[in-house]
Design a protein around this ligand. Structure first.
Ligand code: IMP
Ligand code: MG
Length: 340
């Protein structure tokens, strides 16, 4: 069977943009044969609600929740203990773990990688301390160990076959954490943009829709000079963080909040080729009832929500040629995209 069509869902910010909710919606709505992760490891955290129950996974793609084959691709990095504990967690919750497959080419995160991350990177860069940077360093230094080298432990999950049919690729982290596009070295060590989903093994011309996720305000977990400590003195931003429960789903760390940077968002949409934009947490900013964003490097303030939304729509449509749909989400559990 050949490949029919590929959709990609990814983050336009610094992670934590509500990708899990979008993947879940797409997995329910479309007849995908595969849901695939193309990069990163258990530094990510995807929160999914199934029948009002909350599930969090770090590595295994969300297809598992909807009975779809879930692939961990060759450019991912795998912590075996963590992977097996996630399998146990899914199994004990009644999900079919036989759907989970890993590429034999994915690299293994060792205890040594984790120790090095804790010692050298955790404090300096605010990493998730999961061994990501040292693992990718060894991969590119060509001294890494791969899933295929740990055959016995992962035998039941290894899968080296061709993708076919309809595919959803699920991004991890976000555009501004990408190794090429982010604020180096305050980034992660993998490629987070849609182009890199092709590492899963499909030709670029099968890509159909690119769903970009962002929140109505920016958040950052981990060190980054673009999110200075002075932001913690802004009462409104602090309140937004509390109302939006902005704590990392993987590390529990408090996220620094800033007003949405539309200049950055425009760049991320245009470089990635996003045609569906999903802006989340509209309910949260409405609770605060303060409406600001950065545009042309200036902080702009609006009198009410309608004015704010009108301006966002207008600016994005004017500046983003490929963008076809903007969806504003005011619900943490689900979305409903209508394609015209
Ligand atoms: P690492 O990926 O653990 O090396 O962390 C590098 C940077 O990316 C740090 O600033 C982390 O906080 C950030 N980061 C990594 N994964 C995620 C994520 O899934 N969501 C948000 N930030 C992340
Ligand atoms: Mg996440």
């Amino acid at each position: 069977m050949n490949i029919n069509s590929v959709d990609i869902c990814f983050g336009l910010g610094w992670g934590d943009e509500g990708k899990g909710k979008i993947s879940a919606y797409l997995s329910k709505k479309n007849k995908y044969d595969f849901v695939c992760r193309w990069a990163g490891g258990n530094n990510a955290g995807h929160t999914i609600y199934v029948n009002d129950n909350k599930y969090v996974t770090n590595l295994i793609p969300s297809g598992i929740f909807y009975g779809i084959k879930s692939i961990i691709g060759p450019d991912c990095v795998v912590n075996i203990d963590h992977f097996l504990s996630e399998i146990k967690y899914l199994q004990s919750n009644g999900f079919n773990i036989n759907l989970v497959k890993i590429s034999p080419k994915a690299h293994i995160i060792s205890d040594k990688h984790i120790k090095e991350d804790i010692k050298k990177y955790k404090n300096k860069l605010g990493t998730t301390a999961k061994g990501i940077a040292p693992c990718y360093r060894d991969k590119y230094g060509r001294t890494g160990k791969r899933v295929i080298d740990y055959y016995e432990e992962l035998k039941a999950f290894i899968w080296d076959e061709k993708l076919y049919g309809n595919i959803l690729c699920e991004g991890a982290q976000g555009f501004w954490l990408d190794i090429n596009y982010g604020n180096y070295p305050y980034i992660t060590s993998s490629n987070t943009l849609p182009y890199s989903a092709c590492s899963l093994g499909f030709p670029t011309h099968f890509i159909n829709n690119i769903y970009g996720a962002i929140k109505i305000y920016d958040t950052r977990v981990g060190n980054d000079p673009d999110f200075p400590e002075s932001l913690l003195k802004d009462e409104d931003l602090l309140k937004l963080g509390e109302l939006g429960q902005e704590y990392g789903s993987t590390t529990g760390r408090k996220r620094i909040v800033n007003w949405l940077n539309i200049d950055k968002l425009i760049k991320a949409i245009n470089i990635s080729g996003t045609n569906f934009l999903i802006i989340s947490k509209i309910d949260i900013i409405k609770k605060l009832d303060v409406y600001k964003f950065y545009y042309n490097d200036k902080l702009m303030k609006f009198r009410n929500y309608n004015e704010f939304e009108l301006n966002i729509n207008h600016i994005l449509k004017k500046n983003c040629e490929l963008l076809k749909h903007i969806y504003l989400s005011d619900n943490p559990h689900n979305i409903h995209l209508s394609s015209k």
